[in-house]
Design a protein around this ligand. Structure first.
Ligand code: NIG
Ligand code: FE
Length: 411
């Protein structure tokens, strides 16, 4: 099957297949071709070039992209898309003055979602989650990471990861899965955190790796949740089971989770709303991708990750949604890109790099996703007729997407 995109006003994010991520000042560059064509063959990008040099294609299905931009689909490297129910009541409680931490201390938060998920059948969990996946695919997401962490029992964690895997199969989208058993301490282990971590690092991890349900291991390293010592323990156990670390660190406090994650070879460290000089230094000496989640900052009214400082230090930065029922009930990567520009002072070029190639890196997918490269997955966004790519974050409340192509198929 072939599909030709012709008269593309601007073809964005063209990279060689050796680019794994883009860092520092290089993030200001977004290599592009004006007046271009692109040929999709089966599920990959076959070739592309300038309209003035277009070869003759006979009998090929063609989309006229006059006035439109084409870019690689968003790579959302941090979500909790599989969950049950919602938490609107906590949203209202926060409007009325309670903090996210106060709500959690009163038995709300993550354990609230866990209670609901445990009582939800796998079929219903799948049905609830697939609606969200359908929506984010329409919004241009072409590869996604999905975490467990609302199960908090062996059975319910497995249920979540099975659903995440099945979603990838049904919707023909690349899904990377992360085991986040250490997301919160379940009520039955309230006074026995170590007992819960025995379960996480023992039975849960064993069964999950046996069934090959996870690529990565995660922990919420935060005051009131899990300490740096807990983080070391879980990541070490994860590494022994072949799970690479991708962690929740520095959301509310900087307690040393960044260095601990890096010491365990973390692929990414996510959140980083509170960042110390020593965290920047640790990142500089590593290949770990810092990931910012600006929709979470927006929704919780907490500080934004200092993305400007991170990039100006010469580091790479990725952007992701954090889609979840508590801190970010939105999986819209377009909003993430716009908010990174508006609130974190990233340029459109930096934000698009962060949401494509660097997002792919943060999922271990930069060899197949995140750029317009021959042989990479034909995961593409075709915009509406817009004046420039800067218009995407500028028109932050508009949907500027005309079509999305996933694995070579128009969705
Ligand atoms: O990434 N911070 C930890 N976990 C999620 C939120 C979990 C929740 O509130 O349900 C996050 O923001
Ligand atoms: Fe998260």
């Amino acid at each position: 099957m072939k599909l030709l995109l012709k008269n593309i006003a601007t073809l964005l994010q063209i990279r060689s297949n050796t680019t794994q991520k883009v860092s520092g000042a290089d993030m200001k560059e977004l290599p592009a071709l004006q007046d271009a064509w692109l040929l999709v063959e089966d599920d990959v990008i076959h070739s592309f070039g300038k309209m003035s040099e277009i070869p003759v294609f006979i009998g090929v299905e063609t989309i006229d992209c006059s006035g439109k931009m084409v870019l690689p689909s968003w790579c959302d490297s941090h979500t909790h898309l599989v969950y049950a129910g919602n938490r609107e009541q906590e949203f209202v409680d926060r409007i009325n003055g309670l903090s996210y931490q106060e709500i959690a201390a009163n038995g709300g938060g993550i354990v609230n979602s866990a209670k609901e998920l445990q009582a939800t059948s796998e079929a219903s969990l799948f049905a609830q989650s697939e609606k969200r996946l359908q929506e984010v695919i329409q919004l241009g997401t072409g590869a996604i990471e999905i975490k467990s962490g609302y199960g908090l029992t062996t059975q319910a964690e497995i249920k979540m990861l099975r659903v995440a895997k099945q979603l990838g199969v049904k919707y023909n989208i690349t899904v990377r899965t992360t085991f986040l058993g250490a997301h919160a301490i379940p009520p039955e282990y309230k006074d026995n955190k170590d007992g819960y971590l025995d379960l996480v690092c023992g039975e849960m991890m064993e069964k999950i790796t046996e069934e090959n349900l996870a690529d990565y291991v995660d922990i919420f390293c935060e005051e009131g949740y899990f300490s740096v010592a807990d983080t070391n323990r879980v990541l070490e156990a994860g590494n022994k089971h072949g799970l690479i670390a991708k962690t929740h660190v520095n959301q509310f406090t900087a307690i040393g989770g960044v260095a601990a994650s890096i010491n365990h070879g973390a692929l990414s460290v996510d959140h980083l709303e509170i960042l110390k000089e020593e965290d920047i230094s640790a990142l500089k000496a590593s290949d770990t991708m810092p990931v910012a989640l600006p929709s979470c900052s927006y929704f919780l009214s907490i500080p934004y990750t200092p993305g400007r400082q991170i990039i100006d230090a010469g580091l790479a930065l990725a952007l992701a949604t954090d889609y979840n029922p508590g801190s970010t009930p939105s999986g819209n990567m377009n909003f993430v890109v716009a908010t990174a520009c508006i609130k974190m002072k990233l340029s459109p070029e930096e934000a698009i790099n962060a949401a494509t190639i660097n997002g792919a890196y943060a999922m271990g997918l930069s060899h197949t996703h995140g750029s317009i490269t021959k042989g990479k997955k034909a995961n593409l966004i075709i915009t509406k007729e817009i004046p420039s790519y800067g218009y995407l974050p500028y028109a932050f409340g508009s949907n500027s997407i005309d079509k999305v192509i996933l694995n070579g198929v128009i969705v």
